[in-house]
Design a protein around this ligand. Structure first.
Ligand SMILES: [Zn+2]
Ligand SMILES: [Zn+2]
Length: 455
């Protein structure tokens, strides 16, 4: 029996274009095929040139773009390769990837990036036709002549998100994808105890490996604080802008806000949601049986459309009355709906901008959060500088990623012979590596660096 090897094609020691090759002999399968959230053009793709033969299959953990954003490019190169994901993830990919084509087309023109878009709408249609939607916990052969079977395990991160369990003769691998062990508003957390499998190799995300979990700030206490702070803004007639990722955070927050309004903890002001977040909401609505059993998803029609935020009259109108606006992108990337609305909001003092997720230090969101009053920022490419008059900019902690104690718990429960850390900054990976005692082999290979795995 030949050895199994693991080679990062993208991602590895960062939150990048996640893509990992698992091979035995001549057979290789890819786990995820993402796109780098901070890079542009071909630089944003995984290093597909490292692939020596067409992969037998690509198995996708969930619909965030750092995990599935390059699938249409990959399948255009290798049209015979099948793609597998859970049923909700295939529907989510359809919407996310068509949106990516539109975003890349616009960016290509604005920033003169000739290789954009990296793929077309018809490449996305092909990729979706090549994608089989699977149920959780059902083992399937990856291909007719491939030594691996695969199954999807609940991951608790966003709708449809899954860990991937791969079995070959004499070796079991578990790739966590992105995981959350605690319940969110809509999604139940991953119960690692339910898995009940022996794992030889664990490939684990490390996003929050550097963060000490703040016990003072629980999900429930953050919701209460969010309600209190939002109420102060709304009672002054202000608008609360919540920049949020389209997949996951948007649907979770809209339901939290609706519940707080129903309980009287927030005033009955209009709640707005932006385009892609609404499109993904429809997928949540189609797959409500994948949510926590006690959840009843609020109907989408309760949330109003924002309209064309690139028209200054629309944003000015939006800011005339008290409301809550949940808009993409979460990190306030220039030219996105949240940035366009923020551009108008920061000229006034009575609104509030509430961040609810991770802010990369290079992003406009991070700069705005840390700006002093009267600092100047640019919100759209080629736009003018705007002086920030708005003092009320805050963060709330609603992570959909496991804190490091929970990552340690996954390692303890699965007792792997090999653990491979991916999807995290070097300091996060260092901490986890130093704090998982009892695991014989620990790896954090770079892109292109192969690791041989023994059971
Ligand atoms: Zn994710
Ligand atoms: Zn991710």
């Amino acid at each position: 029996m030949s050895d199994i090897t693991f080679t990062p094609i993208g991602g590895a020691a960062e939150i990048g274009a996640n893509c990992f090759l698992i091979s035995r002999g001549n057979n290789g399968i890819l786990l995820d095929s993402g796109i780098h959230p901070k890079k542009e053009g071909r630089e944003a793709l995984p290093k597909f040139e490292l692939l020596q033969s067409p992969p037998e299959a690509v198995v996708v953990s969930h619909g965030h773009i750092d995990h599935c954003g390059s699938v249409p490019f990959l399948l255009r190169e290798f049209p015979a390769t099948p793609c597998y994901a859970t049923r909700p993830t295939v529907s989510i990919m359809d919407r996310m990837l068509h949106n990516s084509v539109s975003v890349m087309t616009t960016l290509g023109k604005e920033r003169n990036i000739p290789e954009y878009p990296l793929y077309t709408h018809s490449d996305v249609d092909y990729a979706i036709r090549q994608s089989a939607g699977m149920e959780y916990d059902r083992e399937f052969p990856v291909s007719a002549h491939c030594p691996f079977t695969a199954s999807f395990q609940h991951a608790g991160h966003v709708l449809g998100s899954a860990g991937i369990l791969l079995r070959a003769e004499g070796h079991t691998l578990y790739y966590t994808g992105d995981i959350c062990l605690t319940d969110q508003e809509l999604l139940g957390g991953l119960q690692i105890i339910d898995m009940d499998v022996h794992v030889d190799t664990l490939i684990i995300e490390s996003t929050r490996g550097a963060h000490l979990d703040d016990e003072e700030r629980t999900f429930t206490s953050e919701i209460r604080r969010f309600a209190e702070e939002a109420r102060k803004v709304l009672e002054k007639g202000g608008v609360v802008l919540v920049p949020a990722f389209a997949l996951g955070r948007t649907q979770e927050l809209l339901n939290i806000i609706d519940r707080l309004q129903a309980n009287g903890e927030l005033p009955q002001v209009p709640v707005f949601a932006s385009g892609l977040g609404r499109a993904i909401y429809e997928v949540y609505d189609k797959y409500t049986d994948y949510l926590r059993p006690e959840v009843s998803l609020s109907p989408l029609y309760q949330f109003e459309r924002i309209g064309d935020v690139w028209d200054p009259r629309v944003t000015r109108n939006l800011l005339k009355q008290a409301s809550i606006v949940v808009a993409t992108s979460g990190m306030l990337v220039e030219n996105t709906p949240s940035a366009m609305i923020a551009q108008e909001m920061v000229r006034h003092e009575h609104h509030g901008i509430f961040f609810v997720g991770y802010l990369d230090p290079d992003t406009l969101g991070y700069k705005l959060l840390h700006a002093n009053v009267d600092d100047k920022l640019v919100f759209q490419t080629g736009g003018n500088e705007v002086a920030v008059k708005l003092p009320n900019r805050q963060t709330f902690h609603f992570s959909a990623h496991a804190p490091r104690e929970d990552l340690q718990h996954v390692i303890d429960k699965t007792q792997p012979t090999n653990v491979i850390f991916v999807h995290g900054d070097p300091d996060a990976i260092e901490w986890l590596k130093a704090n998982c005692n009892g695991v014989p082999n620990k790896f954090a290979p770079d892109i292109g660096e192969s690791v041989t795995l023994h059971a």
